[in-house]
Design a protein around this ligand. Structure first.
Ligand code: MN
Length: 415
């Protein structure tokens, strides 16, 4: 699809994308936006021009600080808005007078718009669904011969995280501090984390709620998934390894996690559907599914030291996920747990089979034993103060590119 808006060839925000986010627009406040190329489109402005009248949307439906109410109107509504935007911005479809009005009422340069948290996250769950990641961590922290715990191939393992500290790309986070037990001492010490790490993840946003007591089947699961974002689940490994038995991670994870501001819909990701890894042994019936449920999404992590160039430290892909999102959601609700609009489910660190495709510094440097050389001559075992961690992700197939933009976070010295 060609647009009358300029789109660079490698833009994440093609006409096939049309993601949803919340922008802060000078003079207009917070409103629902989408983006084509480097142009942010204020959907409240489009509504003022009457483009969504026939769908029953009012201007005020787009003047919102978060997407939750919009998402609650259903995936079909969002899908229709996406189609209208595509038609409206198609090169062949607009008259000069339409274009002039739209430019005046609804278009902004992306560099001038501050993107905000797209949803109010009620509950946040993080899974542990990459077999390569679970195997690597098991080898480092437990027994290399029995790296995967006996339940791993039967259960999409997950834990309930904390929603309050999920922040949007561009955040600055102070290095956390806490209890750490050095291997050489009998008792813990109190210290800034010396092993601050990223976790390369995606997350899906719940788009429809199920009543408490009901389950969502794998067949229905995608009706409940509004879209996806990039997700950096920051982790303090030294705090984690001391605290995580028996109830799992706590303060090592809840100090901050970072999402990309644009929610990319499953409609937009449709061209990148693919099969996931085969599952052996066969899973229980409620976790079985039909069709292609994984997505071929290239993922990348870069580290940018202050005032220096950025270096790629990891290249992975969402398609490596052993457990897919439909299985995660079916498992999450099999006991009757109710999901609510805006809830977020993290994939878990997405590592691939090669050493360059590992999704955390823990694995990339193998617990700090193989530091990464940076172009400025320094090395990284984990994340240093004043480093910015940049995550990117996009699908690309048959000339179509759909991407997420970035999830960035700068690490400041300990408070
Ligand atoms: Mn995680």
């Amino acid at each position: 699809m060609k647009s009358w808006i300029e789109i660079e060839a490698d833009s994440d925000f093609s006409m096939e994308n049309i993601p949803f986010g919340i922008g802060l627009i000078q003079g207009n406040g917070k409103c629902i936006c989408t983006r084509i190329g480097d142009t942010v489109i204020d959907l409240a402005g489009m509504a003022r021009l009457g483009y969504f009248d026939h769908l029953g949307f009012k201007v005020s439906d787009f003047e919102k600080p978060v997407l939750n109410d919009f998402i609650s109107k259903g995936k079909k509504s969002a899908s229709r808005i996406r189609t209208i935007i595509q038609e409206c911005f198609m090169e062949s479809n607009s008259s000069d007078s339409d274009m002039a009005l739209i430019k005046q009422m609804a278009l902004h340069n992306a560099s001038e718009i501050q993107m905000l948290m797209p949803v109010l996250v009620g509950d946040y769950t993080d899974f542990y669904s990459s077999i390569e990641h679970a195997t690597n961590v098991g080898m480092m922290f437990r027994d290399p011969a029995n790296a995967l715990l006996p339940n791993w191939r039967h259960i999409p393992v997950g834990y309930h995280g904390r929603a309050s500290s999920i922040v949007v790309s561009g955040a600055e986070i102070h290095r956390p501090k806490g209890q750490i037990k050095p291997a050489t001492s009998e008792f813990p010490v109190f210290s800034p984390t010396m092993q601050l790490d990223f976790e390369l993840e995606t997350a899906f946003v719940i788009g429809k709620e199920n009543p408490l007591g009901d389950s969502i089947s794998t067949a229905e699961a995608e009706e409940y998934i509004f879209g996806m974002v990039l997700f950096n689940d920051l982790s303090a490994r030294d705090i984690q390894s001391w605290e995580y038995v028996p109830l799992g991670p706590f303060l090592s994870k809840n100090f901050a996690s970072v999402i990309s501001p644009w929610i990319v819909t499953l409609d937009a990701l449709e061209p990148f559907r693919c099969n996931g890894p085969g599952q052996q042994p066969e899973v229980l019936p409620y976790l079985q599914f039909d069709g292609e449920r994984n997505f071929d999404i290239n993922l990348q992590v870069r580290i940018k030291p202050e005032n220096k160039e950025e270096t790629i430290v990891s290249k992975s892909n969402f398609k490596y996920m052993y457990w897919n999102m439909s299985q995660q959601l079916a498992h999450h609700t099999i006991n009757g747990c109710n999901m609510r609009v805006g809830d977020l489910c993290g994939s878990g660190t997405i590592s691939g089979p090669d050493a360059e495709s590992y999704g955390s510094m823990l694995e990339l440097t193998w617990k700090g034993t193989k530091p990464i050389a940076m172009p400025d001559g320094s090395e990284r075992k984990f994340i240093n103060d004043n480093d910015t961690v940049i995550m990117r992700g996009f699908g690309k197939k048959d000339g179509i590119r759909v991407g997420f933009g970035e999830a960035n976070v700068k690490i400041l010295p300990v408070k």
